[in-house]
Write a protein that binds this ligand. Sequence first.
Ligand code: AMP
Ligand code: ZN
Length: 462
Amino acid sequence: MRFYNTLHKKIEDFIPRDKNNVTMYTCGPTVYHYAHIGNLRTYILEDILEKTLNFCGYHVNRVMNITDVGHLTSDGDEGEDKMSVASKREHKSSLEIADFYTQAFFSDLEKLNLKKPETIIKASDTIDEYIKIISDLLEKGFAYKSNGNVYFDTAKMPNYYELSGRNKEDLVTAVRDDIKEDDGKKNQEDFGLWFTNSKFENPELVWDSPFGKGYPGWHIECSGISIKYLGEYLDIHCGAEDAVFPHHTNEIAQSEAYLGHKWCNYWLHLSFLNLNNLKMSKSTGEFITIDTLIKKGYDPLAYKYFVLNGYYHKQLDFTYENLDIAQKSYKRLKNKVLQLKNTGNIDLEIENEYINKFKDSLNNDLNTANALSLIYDVLKLNVSDATKRSIIAKMDEVLGLSLLETSEKKMVDKEITDLINKRNEYKKQKNFQKADEIRDELLSRNIRLIDTREGTTYEIIN
Ligand code: AMP
Ligand code: ZN
């Protein structure tokens, strides 16, 4: 597999440390609001990466954090405490807010057929690990106390600018927005590891620590969670392009200072989804969620289809016109796939050939658009329907577009259970005629009821 490694600014072959197992860390959501479809573009592509690695035979141990600690969107002790703002807005505690939006995030993943990462950890559940790392950094002289806070001393890391490709001069002039002046810091780019002297009055979530009662900085959570759950070495770290600086830059600095060796070899960054030429963002511009799209009559998977037609390392402009086109193509494609019968033998040679082409597309810098176009090629092949179905089903394990799932099926599932319950009611009332009518009606729709001692189940007859 090859993809663009931000660390070396070029496309590189991916060679994990262990030839069978990959460790993968993906920065997760900040749960003070719903995820927007820009955030979800990132999660869609990370899911494709994980499933591609699985498809190629690797076991992937993937970890994601949930940022539920008073999140500061930038490097210093500035900005607003998003969790507190949400608490006030919704009259709930920070933890209730975090819990609600975490569940909403999981439900978005489901709507897009994205697998939940194997390990999902709340930032607030790993405080001990941050304290351990920060204590060690203080001891080794990589961190210092100032104004009641603990800061990382970036001057101690000669490779501090490696990932971002920036330099100190750039920082002073160009990135004032990222790093606001803070009198307590030795260097402007130093960042907070632990805050006891926050500009926020009475932060809701604070913990005791050897450095005083307070809360962790934003960056330490990802280093802490990754090192605790994936160990000292990490194969791939992903996030959207805005994470390169300062977030991932600071993760590298503190992790490598703590571990005393190189931490992660591959950094994969997903480009933004833009709206009106600007990054779609939680705090500015129009906020489009998956539910907004559903309410407007779009299938979430049509949005996924739209994303997969783009290149992960290029920004993608969202417009409803583009989504309309994607939805039409997606529906047309799905219709064609659904018309395939389960007839004929499966031609394994052709299947292997196309599955290999599919793997090659994804392995070649995650070319999802090319992978999608192979489905159209398969539909045009002069082979049995069963062969086509089988190939497309395998491709869809990675793409997750539900191409072989009739939309009726989901409705039918619920409908069937409702009808089974209704039939049980009739049976209880000894109205066997009505009960039998339901059984026959289902049978006419190719659904056979099976009565067992434990209750009624059903099978779909092809
Ligand atoms: P947040 O919940 O704000 O911490 O963001 C979650 C993830 O979405 C992070 O990896 C962000 O970098 C990423 N992200 C934020 N905005 C966009 C966007 N417009 N397009 C793609 N990814 C984004
Ligand atoms: Zn992170």
